[in-house]
Write a protein that binds this ligand. Structure first.
Ligand code: AMP
Length: 279
Protein backbone atom coordinates (compact mmCIF):
# COMPACT_ATOMS: atom_id res chain seq x y z
CA UNK A 1 0.00 0.00 0.00
CA UNK A 2 1.14 3.53 -0.80
CA UNK A 3 1.93 5.93 2.07
CA UNK A 4 1.51 9.66 1.47
CA UNK A 5 2.89 12.53 3.51
CA UNK A 6 1.10 15.85 4.03
CA UNK A 7 2.33 18.76 6.10
CA UNK A 8 -0.55 21.24 6.27
CA UNK A 9 -4.29 21.34 6.75
CA UNK A 10 -5.18 22.04 3.10
CA UNK A 11 -3.19 19.04 1.85
CA UNK A 12 -4.59 16.92 4.69
CA UNK A 13 -8.17 17.77 3.69
CA UNK A 14 -7.45 16.97 0.05
CA UNK A 15 -5.86 13.62 0.91
CA UNK A 16 -8.69 12.77 3.33
CA UNK A 17 -11.33 13.49 0.67
CA UNK A 18 -9.71 10.77 -1.43
CA UNK A 19 -9.45 8.32 1.47
CA UNK A 20 -13.07 8.84 2.51
CA UNK A 21 -14.30 7.72 -0.90
CA UNK A 22 -12.62 4.36 -0.18
CA UNK A 23 -14.22 3.77 3.24
CA UNK A 24 -13.69 4.39 6.95
CA UNK A 25 -10.74 6.31 8.39
CA UNK A 26 -8.83 5.36 11.54
CA UNK A 27 -6.47 7.74 13.30
CA UNK A 28 -3.35 7.36 15.45
CA UNK A 29 -1.91 10.60 16.88
CA UNK A 30 1.78 10.44 17.83
CA UNK A 31 4.81 12.61 18.51
CA UNK A 32 6.98 10.53 16.17
CA UNK A 33 10.15 8.53 16.90
CA UNK A 34 7.88 5.59 16.18
CA UNK A 35 8.56 2.20 17.78
CA UNK A 36 6.74 -1.13 17.98
CA UNK A 37 4.28 0.38 20.50
CA UNK A 38 3.14 2.96 17.93
CA UNK A 39 3.09 0.27 15.23
CA UNK A 40 0.71 -1.84 17.35
CA UNK A 41 -1.70 1.13 17.51
CA UNK A 42 -1.56 1.57 13.72
CA UNK A 43 -2.23 -2.16 13.22
CA UNK A 44 -5.18 -2.00 15.61
CA UNK A 45 -6.59 1.02 13.76
CA UNK A 46 -6.11 -0.81 10.47
CA UNK A 47 -8.13 -3.78 11.75
CA UNK A 48 -11.01 -1.37 12.27
CA UNK A 49 -10.73 0.92 9.24
CA UNK A 50 -10.05 0.93 5.54
CA UNK A 51 -7.33 3.59 5.84
CA UNK A 52 -5.23 4.76 8.77
CA UNK A 53 -3.95 8.31 9.22
CA UNK A 54 -0.96 8.82 11.55
CA UNK A 55 -0.12 12.29 12.81
CA UNK A 56 3.40 13.17 13.87
CA UNK A 57 3.50 16.38 15.85
CA UNK A 58 5.67 17.26 18.83
CA UNK A 59 3.14 19.55 20.46
CA UNK A 60 4.92 22.47 22.17
CA UNK A 61 1.96 23.34 24.42
CA UNK A 62 2.08 20.03 26.32
CA UNK A 63 5.70 20.50 27.41
CA UNK A 64 6.66 22.51 30.49
CA UNK A 65 9.41 25.17 30.25
CA UNK A 66 12.08 22.82 31.65
CA UNK A 67 10.94 19.66 29.83
CA UNK A 68 12.43 17.89 26.81
CA UNK A 69 10.58 19.66 23.96
CA UNK A 70 13.74 20.86 22.18
CA UNK A 71 15.57 17.55 22.46
CA UNK A 72 12.59 15.29 21.62
CA UNK A 73 13.85 12.81 18.93
CA UNK A 74 12.86 13.57 15.33
CA UNK A 75 13.24 11.06 12.45
CA UNK A 76 10.50 11.57 9.85
CA UNK A 77 11.98 9.31 7.17
CA UNK A 78 12.35 6.33 9.49
CA UNK A 79 8.89 7.04 10.93
CA UNK A 80 7.43 6.90 7.41
CA UNK A 81 8.90 3.41 6.99
CA UNK A 82 7.51 2.25 10.34
CA UNK A 83 4.07 3.72 9.60
CA UNK A 84 4.02 2.11 6.15
CA UNK A 85 5.05 -1.31 7.43
CA UNK A 86 2.29 -1.14 10.06
CA UNK A 87 -0.34 -0.39 7.38
CA UNK A 88 -0.86 3.40 7.46
CA UNK A 89 -2.06 5.21 4.32
CA UNK A 90 -1.28 8.81 5.26
CA UNK A 91 1.13 10.62 7.58
CA UNK A 92 0.20 14.13 8.65
CA UNK A 93 3.28 15.92 9.99
CA UNK A 94 2.21 19.53 10.47
CA UNK A 95 4.36 22.47 11.54
CA UNK A 96 3.56 24.31 14.78
CA UNK A 97 2.27 27.17 12.61
CA UNK A 98 -0.20 24.87 10.85
CA UNK A 99 -1.68 23.76 14.18
CA UNK A 100 -1.39 27.12 15.97
CA UNK A 101 -1.69 29.88 13.36
CA UNK A 102 -1.04 33.52 14.26
CA UNK A 103 -3.59 34.68 16.83
CA UNK A 104 -4.45 31.23 18.22
CA UNK A 105 -5.80 31.66 21.75
CA UNK A 106 -8.46 29.05 22.62
CA UNK A 107 -7.73 26.00 24.71
CA UNK A 108 -9.55 23.08 26.32
CA UNK A 109 -9.09 22.50 30.04
CA UNK A 110 -8.66 18.93 31.24
CA UNK A 111 -10.33 20.10 34.47
CA UNK A 112 -9.92 17.76 37.43
CA UNK A 113 -7.30 15.68 35.61
CA UNK A 114 -4.91 18.61 36.07
CA UNK A 115 -4.93 17.98 39.82
CA UNK A 116 -4.02 14.29 39.94
CA UNK A 117 -1.00 12.14 39.06
CA UNK A 118 0.83 13.58 36.01
CA UNK A 119 -1.57 16.55 36.00
CA UNK A 120 -0.15 17.67 39.33
CA UNK A 121 3.48 17.11 38.30
CA UNK A 122 3.19 18.59 34.80
CA UNK A 123 1.12 21.82 35.07
CA UNK A 124 -0.69 22.58 31.81
CA UNK A 125 0.31 19.26 30.22
CA UNK A 126 -3.16 17.80 29.88
CA UNK A 127 -4.70 21.09 28.72
CA UNK A 128 -2.13 21.01 25.91
CA UNK A 129 -2.93 17.37 25.15
CA UNK A 130 -6.72 17.91 25.26
CA UNK A 131 -6.53 20.92 22.96
CA UNK A 132 -4.23 19.42 20.34
CA UNK A 133 -6.01 16.06 20.24
CA UNK A 134 -9.41 17.77 19.90
CA UNK A 135 -8.03 19.85 17.02
CA UNK A 136 -6.54 16.78 15.33
CA UNK A 137 -9.76 14.78 15.75
CA UNK A 138 -11.74 17.67 14.24
CA UNK A 139 -9.35 17.92 11.31
CA UNK A 140 -9.20 14.20 10.54
CA UNK A 141 -12.78 13.28 11.63
CA UNK A 142 -11.94 9.57 11.92
CA UNK A 143 -14.45 6.87 12.83
CA UNK A 144 -11.97 5.38 15.33
CA UNK A 145 -8.87 6.76 17.05
CA UNK A 146 -6.39 4.56 18.91
CA UNK A 147 -4.47 5.58 22.05
CA UNK A 148 -2.03 3.52 24.10
CA UNK A 149 -2.59 2.48 27.71
CA UNK A 150 1.08 3.37 28.21
CA UNK A 151 -0.13 6.95 28.71
CA UNK A 152 -3.06 5.83 30.81
CA UNK A 153 -4.06 9.21 32.22
CA UNK A 154 -3.87 10.72 28.73
CA UNK A 155 -6.28 8.01 27.54
CA UNK A 156 -8.68 8.97 30.37
CA UNK A 157 -8.37 12.66 29.47
CA UNK A 158 -9.13 11.94 25.79
CA UNK A 159 -12.13 9.79 26.68
CA UNK A 160 -13.48 12.69 28.77
CA UNK A 161 -12.85 15.27 26.03
CA UNK A 162 -14.63 13.11 23.45
CA UNK A 163 -17.56 12.48 25.78
CA UNK A 164 -17.84 16.03 27.14
CA UNK A 165 -17.53 17.76 23.75
CA UNK A 166 -19.64 15.19 21.84
CA UNK A 167 -16.86 14.43 19.37
CA UNK A 168 -18.15 11.76 16.95
CA UNK A 169 -15.32 9.25 17.28
CA UNK A 170 -14.81 5.89 18.98
CA UNK A 171 -11.73 5.82 21.20
CA UNK A 172 -9.91 2.48 21.29
CA UNK A 173 -7.34 1.62 23.96
CA UNK A 174 -4.26 -0.38 22.95
CA UNK A 175 -2.29 -2.49 25.47
CA UNK A 176 1.24 -1.49 26.52
CA UNK A 177 4.01 -2.91 24.34
CA UNK A 178 7.11 -3.83 26.32
CA UNK A 179 10.74 -4.71 25.65
CA UNK A 180 11.63 -8.32 26.47
CA UNK A 181 12.87 -7.24 29.92
CA UNK A 182 9.52 -5.60 30.71
CA UNK A 183 10.41 -1.95 30.14
CA UNK A 184 7.48 -0.17 28.48
CA UNK A 185 8.51 0.98 25.01
CA UNK A 186 8.85 4.74 24.81
CA UNK A 187 10.52 7.26 22.51
CA UNK A 188 12.10 8.67 25.69
CA UNK A 189 13.96 5.39 26.41
CA UNK A 190 16.52 6.65 23.88
CA UNK A 191 17.62 9.22 26.49
CA UNK A 192 18.75 6.48 28.92
CA UNK A 193 22.47 5.79 29.35
CA UNK A 194 23.46 2.09 28.99
CA UNK A 195 23.68 1.89 32.80
CA UNK A 196 20.26 3.49 33.29
CA UNK A 197 18.78 1.21 30.62
CA UNK A 198 19.81 -1.79 32.74
CA UNK A 199 18.03 -0.33 35.80
CA UNK A 200 14.92 0.92 33.97
CA UNK A 201 12.99 -2.44 33.88
CA UNK A 202 12.88 -2.31 37.71
CA UNK A 203 9.98 0.10 37.32
CA UNK A 204 7.78 -2.62 35.78
CA UNK A 205 9.11 -5.27 38.19
CA UNK A 206 8.11 -3.01 41.08
CA UNK A 207 4.62 -2.54 39.62
CA UNK A 208 4.20 -6.32 39.39
CA UNK A 209 5.50 -6.89 42.92
CA UNK A 210 3.26 -4.18 44.34
CA UNK A 211 0.22 -5.76 42.67
CA UNK A 212 1.22 -9.12 44.17
CA UNK A 213 1.47 -7.61 47.66
CA UNK A 214 -1.91 -5.90 47.37
CA UNK A 215 -3.53 -9.10 46.08
CA UNK A 216 -2.01 -10.94 49.04
CA UNK A 217 -3.83 -8.55 51.36
CA UNK A 218 -1.31 -5.82 52.12
CA UNK A 219 -3.01 -2.37 52.43
CA UNK A 220 -2.34 -0.61 49.11
CA UNK A 221 -0.79 2.47 50.70
CA UNK A 222 1.73 0.26 52.50
CA UNK A 223 2.47 -1.73 49.33
CA UNK A 224 3.03 1.42 47.26
CA UNK A 225 5.17 3.00 50.00
CA UNK A 226 7.38 -0.12 49.93
CA UNK A 227 7.53 0.13 46.14
CA UNK A 228 8.63 3.77 46.33
CA UNK A 229 11.35 2.83 48.88
CA UNK A 230 12.59 0.04 46.61
CA UNK A 231 12.75 2.26 43.52
CA UNK A 232 14.41 5.06 45.48
CA UNK A 233 17.07 2.67 46.79
CA UNK A 234 17.88 1.78 43.16
CA UNK A 235 18.39 5.40 42.16
CA UNK A 236 14.94 6.41 40.90
CA UNK A 237 13.34 9.67 42.02
CA UNK A 238 9.69 8.70 42.26
CA UNK A 239 6.98 11.29 41.46
CA UNK A 240 4.20 8.85 42.37
CA UNK A 241 3.34 5.16 42.69
CA UNK A 242 -0.38 5.06 43.44
CA UNK A 243 -3.51 2.98 43.03
CA UNK A 244 -6.47 4.77 41.42
CA UNK A 245 -9.92 4.00 40.06
CA UNK A 246 -9.35 2.70 36.52
CA UNK A 247 -12.15 4.78 34.96
CA UNK A 248 -12.12 8.10 36.86
CA UNK A 249 -8.56 7.99 38.22
CA UNK A 250 -9.97 9.10 41.59
CA UNK A 251 -8.18 7.81 44.68
CA UNK A 252 -9.60 4.56 46.02
CA UNK A 253 -9.63 2.91 49.40
CA UNK A 254 -10.65 -0.65 48.51
CA UNK A 255 -10.51 -2.86 45.47
CA UNK A 256 -14.21 -3.14 44.76
CA UNK A 257 -13.91 -1.66 41.27
CA UNK A 258 -11.31 -2.07 38.53
CA UNK A 259 -8.20 -0.16 39.58
CA UNK A 260 -4.96 0.92 37.95
CA UNK A 261 -1.57 1.09 39.60
CA UNK A 262 0.37 3.99 38.05
CA UNK A 263 3.96 5.09 38.43
CA UNK A 264 6.12 8.00 37.27
CA UNK A 265 9.79 8.10 38.21
CA UNK A 266 12.94 9.85 37.11
CA UNK A 267 16.05 7.91 36.23
CA UNK A 268 18.77 10.50 35.83
CA UNK A 269 17.31 13.10 33.46
CA UNK A 270 14.65 10.79 32.01
CA UNK A 271 11.11 10.62 33.32
CA UNK A 272 9.56 7.17 32.87
CA UNK A 273 5.89 6.28 33.29
CA UNK A 274 4.17 2.91 33.45
CA UNK A 275 0.98 1.34 34.78
CA UNK A 276 -0.75 -1.96 35.27
CA UNK A 277 -4.38 -3.10 35.65
CA UNK A 278 -5.67 -4.45 38.98
CA UNK A 279 -8.90 -6.08 39.99
P1 AMP B 1 3.68 9.44 21.82
O1 AMP B 1 4.31 9.46 20.47
O2 AMP B 1 4.61 9.08 22.91
O3 AMP B 1 2.88 10.69 22.09
O4 AMP B 1 2.61 8.27 21.77
C1 AMP B 1 1.63 8.20 20.78
C2 AMP B 1 0.65 7.11 21.13
O5 AMP B 1 1.36 5.87 21.22
C3 AMP B 1 -0.02 7.33 22.48
O6 AMP B 1 -1.38 6.94 22.39
C4 AMP B 1 0.76 6.43 23.39
O7 AMP B 1 0.04 6.00 24.52
C5 AMP B 1 1.07 5.27 22.47
N1 AMP B 1 2.21 4.51 22.95
C6 AMP B 1 3.46 4.97 23.23
N2 AMP B 1 4.23 3.98 23.72
C7 AMP B 1 3.45 2.87 23.74
C8 AMP B 1 3.66 1.51 24.15
N3 AMP B 1 4.83 1.10 24.65
N4 AMP B 1 2.64 0.64 24.03
C9 AMP B 1 1.44 1.05 23.53
N5 AMP B 1 1.17 2.30 23.14
C10 AMP B 1 2.17 3.20 23.24
Amino acid sequence: MQLNLVKNMADLQQALAGLRTQGSVGFVPTMGALHAGHASLIKLAKERSKNVVVSIFVNPTQFGPNEDFTKYPKMLEKDMETAKAAGASLVYAPSAGDIYPEGFSTSISAGNMNKILDGAFRPGHFDGVATVVAKLLLRVVPQVAVFGEKDYQQLCVIRRVVQDLDLPVEIIAAPIMRETDGLAMSSRNAYLTPEERKTAPEIYKTLCETVKHIKAGMPHRQATAEGVDKLSSMGFKVDYLELHDAATLNSIESLERPARLLVAAWLGGTRLIDNIAMG
